[in-house]
Design a protein around this ligand. Structure first.
Ligand code: XUL
Ligand code: CO
Length: 481
């Protein structure tokens, strides 16, 4: 007869055997800090979760102290008649989130994610793609953005590069399922040495042709993946010195390249919008798509204005000496607001630091423009943002995206408050009300000729100029955030 102790002992041994059998039969879950051989296989397969211990991020409200929860972003909550997720159409940037190493101009990599094996192999590319979709699923967004060469390795020939891309894209298509799709795709035309003088603006014909072939393929795979848009960031389209540069010829070539891209897009039935992403400098001294106004001028000059919209990146805006709000608003009033690469720079660092957006006031201003635009679809908010060099834990990837999404969500909530309150609108309306008069209306209708205006100037005498009320406007903004 077994005593109570004996029965408990039997139960303990029995349960252990059962759990051993169950565990041994199921794939191991690889913890973030472990690069054991079980978790690293040559086939590129990865057994278990990439982000163990992190489940789907939920909205817990502003009082939550859980760093792995949303405090302000509540995907299905309606703000001004639209769900938050539809105002933003958030996207994860593959190149930063899965290819960012933490390296900067002065130092090497600081990030060693457990799923990375230190190679740029095709197998590694596929494993990374699985990590990407687990992340997208857990952070709760529906979109992602990519460069051809950051999702698949360059081959020895263009044919081999295309084949590599096809293989990774086939897996991405499978992992996307029916809900997830690219917000946009693009070709990486700036890393390889062949592009040192530019791609479409290279002085070398062979490079122009190679770039065209790369864009053609990148457009095809974006289309195949159900991508909603396609981006042209002019990586090295610019110059270092005008002494050796024929700027007029290079810009003409760039326009011809864009025309060919429009023609090919139509040929393959890709209905996505084409975006140009302005940036003033870096890597070249002077990038041709300096800012929104410069890009708009280029599109108008070459008759491309109806074929493109702009992708405004906030850190590019500040590098050009503008605020993000200025660039978004410039795009909007020109009918060109297409997408926002949501990030921010550092006021003390001189380069494109691509930090996650954390400034609620700036987010509020940007959202005011987006609301005036009626939303941003078919574009969205792509987190073209990377972890700081010093942030090295896997959970930091989540925290950064959560904080960025919460910042923009606070911006949306504050902008909605400002609109519902109406006093800022009223301040602006009053500021221009003299133009609501008969003469003002004549001017706005294009009938304000100089003789008539001179007559009015004599009649009215010295104008009384009212206050601009800037501090009052800032007080109203403060009150909403
Ligand atoms: C570079 C940049 C790019 C583009 C896509 O500053 O922003 O990542 O967004 O090529
Ligand atoms: Co960008």
């Amino acid at each position: 007869m077994m005593g109570v102790t004996g029965k408990l002992m039997f139960l303990y041994v029995f349960l252990n055997v059962v759990s051993y059998i169950v565990i041994a039969g199921s794939p191991p879950t690889c913890p973030a800090a472990d690069i054991s051989s079980d978790c690293k296989s040559d086939s590129g397969e990865w057994d278990g979760e990439f982000f163990p211990g992190i489940s789907k991020i939920k909205y817990e409200g502003p009082s939550s102290k859980n760093s792995l929860s949303f405090k302000w972003y509540n995907a299905n909550e309606e703000i001004l008649g639209k769900k938050m997720k539809d105002w933003f159409r958030f996207s994860v940037a593959f190149w930063h989130t899965f290819r960012g190493t933490g390296g900067d101009p002065f130092g090497s990599a600081t990030k060693f994610w457990p799923w990375e094996d230190g190679t740029n192999s095709l197998a590694m590319a596929k494993r990374r793609m699985r990590a990407n979709f687990e992340f997208i699923e857990k952070i709760g967004v529906d979109r992602w953005c990519f460069h051809d060469r950051d999702i698949a390795p360059d081959g020895k020939t263009l044919e081999e590069s295309n084949a590599n891309l096809d293989e990774v894209v086939a897996l991405a298509k499978e992992l996307q399922g029916s809900k997830i799709r690219p917000l946009w795709g693009t070709a990486q035309l700036f890393v390889h040495p062949r592009y040192m003088h530019g791609a479409a603006t290279s002085s070398e014909l062979g490079v122009y042709a190679y770039a065209a072939a790369q864009v053609k393929k990148a457009m095809e795979v974006t289309h195949y993946l159900g991508g909603e848009n396609y981006v042209f960031w002019g990586g090295r389209e610019g110059y270092q010195s005008l002494l050796n540069t024929d700027m007029e010829r290079e810009l003409n070539h760039l326009a011809r390249f864009m025309e060919a891209a429009v023609a090919y897009k139509k040929k393959i039935g890709f209905n996505g919008t084409l975006f140009i992403e302005p940036k003033p400098q870096e890597p070249t001294k002077h990038q041709y798509d300096w800012d929104a106004a410069t890009a708009a001028n280029f599109l108008r000059k070459y008759g491309l204005i109806d074929e493109f919209k702009l992708n405004i990146e906030c850190n590019h805006a500040t590098l050009s000496g503008h605020s993000c709000h200025h660039e978004v608003e410039t795009a909007r009033i020109n009918g060109l607001l297409g997408n926002i690469d949501a990030n921010s720079g550092d006021p003390q660092t001189g380069w494109d630091t691509d930090q996650f957006p954390m400034d609620v006031a700036e987010a509020t201003l940007v959202m005011l423009s987006v609301i005036k635009n009626g939303g941003i679809a078919p574009g969205g908010f792509n987190f073209d943002a990377k972890l700081r060099r010093e942030s090295t834990e896997v959970e930091d990837i989540f925290i950064a995206h959560i904080a960025g999404m919460d910042t923009l969500a606070r911006g949306l909530r504050s902008a909605a408050k400002l609109i519902e309150d109406g006093s800022l609108n009223e301040l602006v309306r009053k500021r221009y009300q003299s133009f609501d008069s008969e003469v003002g209306q004549a001017i706005e209708a294009g009938k304000g000729d100089f003789e008539m205006l001179e007559k009015k100037a004599f009649e009215w005498g010295e104008p009384k100029v009212p206050s601009a009320k800037q501090e009052l406007a800032e007080m109203i903004l403060q009150g909403a955030i």
